[in-house]
Design a protein around this ligand. Structure first.
Ligand code: NAD
Length: 506
C-alpha cells in the first residue's frame, strides 16, 4: 500500500510579486518602509507591502471617522448601500482567479480551496446586501394614549477589522459587508503574512463606487497597527479573528475606551463517532475536516472521539483515506493538502506529535515534515495519532496542522464529557443514525456550532462564533449583522395631555 499520494511541483509561471499599498480616504498610499512575504510552498518573494506605522493608522482612522460623520455612507438609504455591495459581489466573481493565485502563494493552501474561498465570498456580500435593506427596530404603541415609543437601529460607528492569515479573503467578507450594510465605516488590517487579497478587495471597493473613506486599509503588524486599532478612542468597535492569545490582548487593550469587541478565536473541535453511524461518510468527513486548509483552520476537526468497539476499524478507514489525499504543490488544481504557513510553525506541529509519541501515543500515519519534489520543505504529512489521553497537549491545544487525534469513549455521557472538557467551544459534531442521540448531543455540547452527520457546512444566513475561549459575539447571519448596530430608544409624546410637573399655585 502506498504511504501517501504526493503531487510534485507543476509548471507554473509565477506572477511578479504583488505590490501592496495602504488605502486611505480612497487613495493608494506608499509606505516609508515595506515588508515581504515569501511563499511557504515556492520559497520566493510573492508580495512586497507598505508597512504601516502610527501615522498611517491615525490617518485611516481619521478618514473612517470623517466619512462616518459626513453621512455619505452612514445616512444613505439601505437600497443605495445594497447596490454597492451587490456590485462588489459581481466584481469578486470576475476576479476569483487572480485573488486565488495570490492567496495560495502567500498562504500555501491548495488553489482549489483558494478559489472556493474567493468565489464563496461573493455570496456573503450578496446576503449582506439583502440585510442592508431590512434594518428595522420596534414600535411600542401601548405606552398610553399620549405616548409612542420607537426603538431605532443605528450603525455602531467606526469599526476596526483585524484578520488572520488562514482565510484572509473569506474572513474579511464575513465582517466588512455586514459592517458596511449596517452603515458603519471601517479600517481593515489584514495579517502581515497574507495582506494582498485585502488590497485586491480595496481595488474592487473603489471600482464598485464605495465612497472614499468608508473602508480604509492599513497593512502591517500587530504592533503598532493592530494595537492602535484596538485602543483608539475614535474606533467604536473592534472585530477580530485570530488566536485566542491575541484576542485576550485585544480585550485588555480595548478596555481603556470600553469599545465593543467581537472575537472569533481558536478551537479544538471534536467529532463524535457512534457505532450506528454511516461510517463511510463519517470517515470521509473526518478526513476532510482535519486536512482542509492544511489543518490550519479554526474549524478543523482536530480530535475525534470514537466509540471503543469500532475505534480500530474506524481509524483504519481514516488512515486509508488519508493515504489517498493528494498532498503537495498547492498550485496543482488536484492538490488537497498544501504547505505549512511558516517554517517555525512546521516545527511546532512536529513538536506536538513527537511529544505525544514520547508520552505513549501511537503514530498511525505520517508524523514528520516532508519536502515536495521541486518545492521547499515546508510541508507536513497528513498525520493520525491514536492512543491519546485527554490530558495530552496534542488533545487539548490547537495544533493548527494536518494532525488528527483519536480519543475513545464507552457511553454517550462519556463522549459528551470529553467534548466539553476543553477551554474551547467553537464547533462540535456527531455521527449517528439515531435522531435522539443527535439532538441530545446538540443540546449538551458546549459549542457555537453543532453539526450532525456532516462537517463544516456553513451558510451566510446562519450565525457563526464560539463559546468559552473560542470567542464572543457572532458573525454572519442576522445575529452577526446586529453586532454592527446600536439600539436607540425614541420616546415621543404624541398627545396633548402631558400633566405638568410644576403645579401653579394660582
Ligand atoms: P494571530 O492572532 O497571530 O493574528 C491575527 C491578526 O492579529 C493578524 O492580523 C495580526 O497581525 C494581528 N495582531 C497580532 N498581534 C496583535 C495585537 N497585539 N493587537 C492587535 N492585532 C494583533 O492569528 P493567525 O495566526 O493569523 O490566525 C490563526 C488563528 O486564528 C488560529 O488560532 C485560528 O483558530 C484563528 N481563527 C479563528 C477563526 C474563527 O472564526 N473563530 C477563523 C480563522 C482563524
Amino acid at each position: 500500500m502506498k504511504d501517501l499520494t504526493i503531487n510534485d511541483a507543476i509548471e507554473f509561471d509565477l506572477p511578479a510579486p504583488f505590490k501592496g499599498r495602504h488605502m486611505i480616504a480612497g487613495e493608494w498610499v506608499e509606505g516609508a518602509e515595506t515588508f515581504e512575504r515569501v511563499s511557504p510552498s515556492h520559497g520566493t518573494v510573492v508580495s512586497v507591502s507598505a508597512k504601516g506605522g502610527e501615522v498611517e493608522t491615525e490617518r485611516a482612522i481619521r478618514a473612517a471617522k470623517d466619512t462616518f460623520d459626513a453621512g455619505v455612507w452612514s445616512r444613505i438609504s439601505g437600497k443605495e448601500r445594497a447596490t454597492v455591495l451587490l456590485r462588489v459581489a459581481d466584481l469578486i466573481e470576475a476576479n476569483v482567479d487572480r485573488i486565488a493565485v495570490q492567496e495560495t502563494l502567500e498562504s500555501g493552501k491548495p488553489i482549489s480551496q483558494s478559489r472556493g474561498e474567493a468565489g464563496g465570498a461573493a455570496d456573503l456580500w450578496r446576503y449582506a446586501a439583502s440585510l442592508a435593506r431590512s434594518v428595522h427596530g420596534d414600535s411600542h404603541n401601548t405606552l398610553g394614549e399620549d405616548m409612542l415609543g420607537v426603538v431605532l437601529k443605528d450603525p455602531i460607528g467606526v469599526v476596526s477589522i483585524i484578520t488572520p492569515w488562514n482565510f484572509p479573503f473569506w474572513i474579511l467578507s464575513q465582517k466588512l459587508p455586514f459592517a458596511l450594510a449596517a452603515g458603519c465605516t471601517a479600517v481593515v488590517k489584514p495579517s502581515e503574512m497574507t495582506p494582498s487579497s485585502t488590497v485586491m478587495m480595496g481595488e474592487l471597493l473603489i471600482e464598485a463606487g464605495l465612497p472614499a473613506g468608508a473602508c480604509n486599509i492599513v497593512l502591517g503588524y500587530g504592533q503598532p497597527v493592530g494595537s492602535l486599532l484596538s485602543t483608539h478612542k475614535d474606533i467604536n468597535m473592534v472585530t477580530f479573528t485570530g488566536s485566542t492569545a491575541v484576542g485576550k490582548l485585544i480585550t485588555q487593550a480595548s478596555s481603556g475606551t470600553l469599545k465593543k469587541v467581537a472575537l472569533e478565536l481558536g478551537g479544538k473541535n471534536p467529532q463524535v463517532i457512534c457505532p450506528d453511524a454511516d461510517l463511510e461518510s463519517a470517515a470521509d468527513a473526518v478526513t476532510f475536516g482535519v486536512y482542509f486548509n492544511v489543518g490550519q483552520c479554526c474549524n478543523s476537526s482536530s480530535r475525534i472521539i470514537v466509540q471503543e468497539d469500532i475505534a480500530e476499524e474506524f481509524v483504519a478507514r481514516v488512515v486509508a483515506l488519508s493515504r489517498m489525499v493528494k498532498f503537495g504543490d498547492p498550485l496543482d488544481p488536484d492538490t488537497q493538502v498544501g504547505a505549512i504557513v511558516t517554517a517555525e510553525h512546521n516545527v511546532k506541529i512536529d513538536g506536538y506529535v513527537q511529544d505525544a509519541i514520547a508520552d505513549g501515543a501511537k503514530l498511525e500515519l505520517g508524523g514528520k515534515a516532508l519536502p515536495v519534489l521541486g518545492l521547499g520543505e515546508q510541508f507536513y504529512q497528513p498525520t493520525v495519532v491514536s492512543n491519546v489521553s485527554p490530558n495530552m497537549a496534542i488533545a487539548r491545544e490547537e495544533v493548527f496542522g494536518p494532525v488528527l487525534v483519536v480519543l475513545t469513549y464507552r457511553t454517550l455521557d462519556e463522549a459528551i464529557a470529553l467534548v466539553n472538557d476543553s477551554d474551547y467551544g467553537l464547533s462540535a459534531g456527531i455521527w449517528s443514525e439515531n435522531v435522539h442521540t443527535c439532538i441530545e448531543f446538540a443540546r449538551r455540547a458546549e459549542a457555537g456550532t453543532v453539526w450532525t452527520n456532516t462537517w463544516m457546512d456553513g451558510y451566510p444566513e446562519l450565525a457563526f462564533g464560539g463559546v468559552k475561549q473560542s470567542g464572543q459575539g457572532r458573525e454572519i447571519g442576522r445575529y452577526g449583522f446586529e453586532e454592527f448596530l446600536e439600539v436607540k430608544s425614541l420616546v415621543m409624546r404624541v398627545g396633548r395631555n402631558r400633566a405638568p410637573w410644576v403645579q401653579s399655585d394660582a
